[in-house]
Write a protein that binds this ligand. Structure first.
Ligand SMILES: Cc1ncc(COP(=O)(O)O)c(C=O)c1O
Length: 367
C-alpha cells in the first residue's frame, strides 16, 4: 500500500521517501500551495469544519457561495452549482435535465461516475463503442424512436489514456435530431484544456444551448468538490431537482475556502497553464525519442503502451526503486484502461524538465 505523507506535488513523500511524483490529477500542483492552506485554516477558525445540514436549508455559508461566484467568473457563465465531489456531478446533471431527454447514450468506457449517473436515472440507456462516432450514429438510428429526445453523456478527457472525446463529431450527429443534449464529464479537462482552461467545449470552440458539462475542482484546480456551470435559471432548476443538494451537506468549509483561493490563483496566473502545456509538450517529445508516439493534444495524462510485450508492471516497480512514482494500469482495472498493461504518467505544471528527462531516461533504460 502506498501512503502519501506530504501534499501531492512534483516531489511528494510516499511511504517515507521523497519521489518524483507523476501520478494523480493535481495538474497545477496547487494542493500544497501556502495560500490555499492559509485560506483553509482561516475558514476552519471562522466557520468550523462543515455545515452538518443540506444547502437547501441552513447549510449555505459565505465560503460556499464565494466558490460558486468565482467559478462563474472562471467559466464566464451566469452561475454555477458547487457540491461535495465531482463524482456526483453526473447524477446531478442527469437528474436536473430529466424532463428534457428520453434516452441516454454513453461511451462504453465512460468513467464510473458517468455510468453511476446513468444508472440512477430511470431512462433507457445505450452504450456505443469507445470514441466511435460511426457506432454512435448506428445506435441512435436503431434505438431512438420518433419524437424521442436523445442525451449523450461521456468523459471529455478519459482518465487513463488522456483521449479526448470527439465531441464536435458527436454534436454534428446529434444535430440531426430536433431535440437532443450533449453532456461531458470534464473532471480531467477543467482548468487544463481550452484557452482559459474552461474545458472540452472551449477547447473545440463548441457553442450551443444543448451543451452541458460537470467538472471537478479537486484535480487541476487543487481544491475540492464538483462544479456545474450554466445559466442562472438552469442552476436554479438543478438545485431544486437535485436530491444531493437538498439532502446532503456541502463541501467541508476549509476545503471550499481553499478551492475559492485556488480559483483566484488559476484565474490570475495564466502562465501556470502555459507551464503545464510546455511540460506536456516536452514530455511527449522526449518520450517520442524513445519510441512512444503520444500525439499532440495538450492533455497532461500520458499513457505508455507497447505492441511489444513490455512488462509495464515491472517497469513501474523498478522506477519506484529509483524514486519515481508512476501508475501501472492493469487491463480491465479501470474504465478506459487499455487492453494491454500500460503506464499512466501525469504531468504537472511544477515538474522541471530535469525531472521529465530523468523519467524518460530511466524508463528507456528499462525497456
Ligand atoms: C471522469 C471523472 N469524473 C469524476 C471523477 C471524480 O471526481 P472527484 O474526485 O472530484 O469526486 C473522476 C475521478 O477520477 C473522473 O476521472
Amino acid at each position: 500500500m502506498y501512503v502519501m505523507e506530504s501534499a501531492p506535488g512534483a516531489r511528494t513523500i510516499v511511504n517515507g521517501k521523497r519521489v518524483d511524483y507523476f501520478c494523480g490529477c493535481g495538474y497545477f500542483a496547487l494542493q500544497g500551495h501556502p495560500e490555499l492552506i492559509k485560506a483553509a485554516c482561516e475558514a476552519a477558525q471562522k466557520y468550523g469544519i462543515a455545515s452538518t445540514t443540506s444547502r437547501s436549508g441552513y447549510g449555505n455559508n459565505p465560503v460556499l457561495l464565494d466558490v460558486e461566484k468565482k467559478a462563474a467568473d472562471f467559466f464566464q457563465v451566469e452561475d454555477t452549482m458547487y457540491f461535495v465531489s465531482g463524482y456526483v456531478g453526473n447524477i446531478i446533471l442527469l437528474q436536473g435535465l430529466a424532463d428534457q431527454y428520453d434516452i441516454v447514450f454513453t461511451d462504453q468506457e465512460s468513467h464510473y461516475a458517468v455510468k453511476d449517473g446513468v444508472a440512477v436515472v430511470d431512462k433507457p440507456a445505450v452504450v456505443f463503442r469507445h470514441l466511435d462516432p460511426e457506432d454512435l450514429k448506428k445506435k441512435l438510428r436503431k434505438h431512438v424512436k420518433p419524437r424521442q429526445r436523445p442525451l449523450l453523456i461521456c468523459d471529455g478527457v478519459f482518465a487513463m489514456t488522456g483521449a479526448l472525446a470527439p465531441t464536435p463529431e458527436y454534436l454534428e450527429i446529434l444535430q440531426q435530431y430536433e431535440q437532443f443534449l450533449l453532456c461531458v464529464d470534464d473532471a480531467h479537462a477543467v482548468g487544463v484544456i481550452g484557452e482559459k482552461g474552461r474545458g472540452t467545449f472551449e477547447y473545440f470552440g463548441l457553442k450551443s444551448d444543448n451543451l452541458y458539462s460537470c467538472g471537478t475542482l479537486s484535480k487541476a484546480m487543487g481544491g475540492h468538490g464538483g462544479i456545474i456551470p450554466g445559466k442562472a435559471e438552469f442552476i436554479e432548476t438543478l438545485k431544486r431537482n437535485s436530491s444531493i443538494f437538498y439532502s446532503s451537506s456541502g463541501t467541508p468549509t476549509p476545503s471550499a475556502a481553499a478551492t475559492a483561493k485556488a480559483l483566484e490563483i488559476v484565474m490570475s496566473s495564466p502562465s501556470m497553464r502555459n507551464r503545464l502545456w510546455d511540460n506536456v509538450a516536452y514530455a511527449k517529445k522526449r518520450f517520442g525519442e524513445i519510441g512512444f508516439d503520444l500525439g499532440d493534444n495538450p492533455v497532461p495524462i500520458l499513457c505508455l503502451q507497447s505492441e511489444d510485450s513490455v512488462d509495464f508492471e515491472t517497469v513501474q516497480k523498478e522506477l519506484w526503486d529509483k524514486d519515481i512514482a508512476v501508475l501501472y494500469v492493469a487491463p480491465g482495472s479501470y474504465t478506459s484502461a487499455p487492453d494491454n498493461g500500460s503506464l499512466r504518467i501525469a504531468i504537472n505544471a511544477a515538474h522541471s524538465h530535469e525531472q521529465i528527462d530523468r523519467l524518460v531516461h530511466e524508463t528507456g533504460a528499462l525497456l
